[in-house]
Structures are given as C-alpha cells and as structure tokens.
Design a protein around this ligand. Sequence first.
Ligand SMILES: [Zn+2]
Ligand SMILES: [Zn+2]
Length: 232
Amino acid sequence: MNLILDFLFPKRCVGCKKLDTYFCQDCISNILQTDLVCPRCEKLAVGGQTHPICKRRYGLDGLWSLGIYQGSLREAIKQLKYGRVRGLTEALVDILIEYWVKYQPFVLDQIKKDQGAGWAIIPIPLHWWRGNDRGFNQSSLIGQILSKKLGLDYCDGLKRIRYTKSQVKLKGQQRKQNIFNAFAISPNIPISKSPNILLIDDVWTTGSTLRECCYILKRHGAKKVWAVTLAR
Ligand SMILES: [Zn+2]
Ligand SMILES: [Zn+2]
C-alpha cells in the first residue's frame, strides 16, 4: 500500500516541493523562531516560562512552540490534518527536538534532570470540527512520536465530553466559553506516577483549549503542566 502511495504521491518538501524529503534544509531554516512567550500574558518570557506574576494555581507553567504559524511550517501543519502523515510528523518532531535543544531548553533541561521520571505526554483530544472530520488526531501522533524520542510515558489522558463549535470564527472570550467544561480526564491517567505533563497541540492560537485542559489536569493533581505546540 505504501509503495503505491509513494508512487502516486512522491515524498516532497512541504515548503518548496523539492523531491525526496518532507522538509528540506532550506525550508527548515526558514522556520521563524521568535522569542518565546508567557502562556498567560503572551509577552516575552525566558524559556517560555510563565512569569512569576502570571502564575495561577491551575494555570500553565510554560509554553514552548517551534515557530510562527506561517510559510512552510503552516503548510506542514495543514497537511498533518489529511492522512498519510507519519513521515512528515516524524520530520517535524525531529526539527522540534533539534530547535528545542538549541534554543532555551528550560523545560527540556528540567526533564533531563528528572531523567524523565514523573513526566508524561498528553495530547489535546481530537478536534471535532470541520476540516478534520476524518477522525485523525494529529496532536496524538505528534505526542506519541515525541514520547518515544524523549523516552517519556504517553497517555491519552483527556477526552472531549461535549460538542464544541469550531474555534476559528470565535473571539477570545467566546472561545473560552465555547471550550469551558468540554473536557474530562480519563480514569486510567497516571497522575500520581507522572504529575508533570507536556500537553501537546499542533497550534497555539488563543490558548483557550490548552488552558482549559491544563485546568482539568491540575484540578486532578497535576503539578507542572507545559504546553508544547508546533506553531503559534
Ligand atoms: Zn523545501
Ligand atoms: Zn506573563
């Protein structure tokens, strides 16, 4: 099956369409890595750590994103929504880890220091809205690959319990209301074993989904929760 697909859809760079690569070196170097921001006020923050003054009991402890949602990174993320994406997702996770190690690896250093103990990776559950009706959860695939490469536990620890409208056309406050109480925690989630969590999504837009998921996790005993996204 893969052979036929490879024949019909040869591997091409998502940015410049060059053959035999999912993401060529030129397009990788065009990913815009701007400074990291605090997940609460979205102003510059060293390492993406939440400013001490922005810390909230059930709030995120930090945000790490690979780059800005534009150009080839945006193209890649769009393609993730449509099947046949394992190779591209692996390429993106490799790039993510490479950048992560290179630039302000605060949370990564912390994980290394803990030797991975107490940390787990949890994806944002499937977005139900239009544009992704194939039932494929790209955040889950990103999370699974990342967990293997970092040697961390992976867990589908959250589920959607309520239908939510597409966030795309909603404004900040509406997004927050739309997503409120939309998630629940799975009974098998190992929070006592892994109280520190990397919460994975493909894009940080207003952060309302990631904040809401963090809230649920912390209400159930999570200690540190970082959001990690491909783009913002
Ligand atoms: Zn390219
Ligand atoms: Zn802040």
